[in-house]
Design a protein around this ligand. Structure first.
Ligand code: NAD
Length: 396
């Protein structure tokens, strides 16, 4: 495929293309933060499931560039074809590979369905051949569906449980504030979402590594969760996805008991802050909340993106000799700044007041939209968007 001028094709929360140079610049910026904030050595081997975008990408970057770990990532991205460019996550990973090679580090990727036995086996084979025992497993999957070994397909839905629910949302195409009603989930939808976003597959990965003698002596593992504000609770925390996250959190407790008994290791869920990612843009109410939250947190100098959050997670909790600090539910709380009562009270007040006419004044909507375009490599400083660029990038 030849060099092309790549212009954004984005509608609402759907983007159908990505700019390779913008994605590469984003990765370089994250690597700079990781290298400026972390020691450069300290972990031998890291495995990240969901390694190409969002929290998983930052986790892989912190492992490889922040602690010098040989890093294996698993993700589900679209490479370029004859007539179509690759997905943003593909370009991200391609740049992470290139930088790692340039700096003499090891960063590998398996691109395929992390739920499948085939991809788990490929990861085991790669680890045995070129890595060794794993010190840290990060589980950062955000998937819309899962296919079981027998062909059963489970789809994840974002719906309230118990009754339908009306909520304020922002229409990402028009910027209008709208009231939308969400039907309550069926029992089947609740169970299916748990199969996709609950803890079963995370536990499977740990078991697979254990069965293959790939857990290091003080192996640690973390999966990511979210709680969020009152305003999104009916849809998020008390809805189908929150139900699945409760299962993920219960899985952490079970894994933690087993790992701390057999090894000197442990398992935790980290509750992270709301950030703009492909996954969060699709959750009803969350883009509106994030637009308000960003304004409030930026005004107070508290704003963080995925890389700042993961730097904190590794430095203060996971890669230290001590046991991570947790809340009463055993969860690491990286959402501590987001959830301070003062921030939440201010966000709540704005949430109640906001109308279409006041979006520009009350939200950091511009910041939300820019972050969203930047996920796909657009609107990134220093990129010449009129210049043709090679859209075929290798994971070498
Ligand atoms: P994201 O959409 O940016 O990333 C999802 C990752 O999963 C990508 O690397 C993608 O390739 C990979 N993936 C999806 N399906 C896959 C499959 N079948 N096989 C292999 N890889 C697959 O998502 P994100 O927002 O960073 O979310 C990651 C985790 O962080 C989720 O558990 C999410 O709930 C949690 N979290 C997100 C936020 C937020 O605001 N975005 C806040 C707190 C916690």
């Amino acid at each position: 495929m030849s060099a092309q001028v790549v212009k954004p094709r984005i509608r609402g929360f759907i983007a159908t293309n990505a700019h390779p140079d913008g994605c590469a610049a984003n990765v370089r910026a994250q690597v700079e933060v990781a290298q400026a904030s972390l020691p450069g050595t300290g972990i031998d081997n890291v495995l990240v499931i969901g390694s190409s975008t969002g929290y998983g990408l930052s986790s892989a970057i912190c492992g490889c560039f922040g602690y010098g770990a040989s890093t294996l990532g698993v993700c589900f991205e679209r490479p370029s074809t004859e007539d179509k460019g690759a997905s943003a996550g593909w370009y991200n990973v391609a740049e992470a590979h290139r930088l790692a090679r340039e700096q003499g580090r090891s960063f590998e990727t398996i691109n395929g369905d992390a739920f499948s036995e085939e991809i788990k086996q490929q990861a085991v084979d790669a680890l045995k051949a070129r890595f060794g025992k794993i010190d840290l497993l990060v589980y950062s999957l955000a998937a819309p569906r899962r296919q079981g070994a027998d062909g059963t397909v489970w789809n994840s839905v974002l719906k309230p449980i118990g009754s339908s629910h009306s909520a304020k949302t922002i229409n990402l195409r028009s910027g209008a504030i709208e009231e939308r009603t969400f039907d309550q989930a069926t029992d089947q939808e609740i169970a299916d979402t748990l199969m996709v976003m609950g803890g079963e597959d995370w536990a499977d990965w740990v078991e697979t590594l254990r069965d293959n003698d790939l857990l290091a002596d003080s192996f640690r593992t973390v999966a990511y969760s979210y709680i969020g504000p009152q305003a999104t609770q009916a849809i998020y925390r008390f809805g189908t996805i929150g139900h699945a996250k409760e299962h993920l959190e219960a899985t952490a407790q079970t894994l933690n008991e087993r790992l701390s008994a057999d090894l000197r290791g442990g398992a935790w869920v980290s509750v992270n802050k709301a950030v703009v990612t492909q996954a969060s843009a699709a959750i009803p109410g969350v883009p509106l909340y994030i637009g308000i939250l960003f304004k409030v947190m930026k005004e107070r100098g508290l704003h963080e993106g995925t890389i700042e959050q993961i730097v904190r997670l590794y430095r203060d909790h996971l890669i230290s000799d001590g046991v991570p600090a947790t809340d009463d539910g055993g969860r690491i709380r990286l959402d501590d700044l987001e959830m301070t009562p003062e921030v939440q009270a201010t966000v709540d007040g704005i949430w109640n007041e906001v109308t279409t006419e006041r979006v520009g004044e009350l939200l950091d909507y511009e910041g939300y939209q820019r972050d969203f375009r930047q996920i796909f490599g657009f609107d990134v400083n220093g990129i010449d968007y009129d210049a043709p660029t090679e859209v075929h990038r290798e994971l070498s």
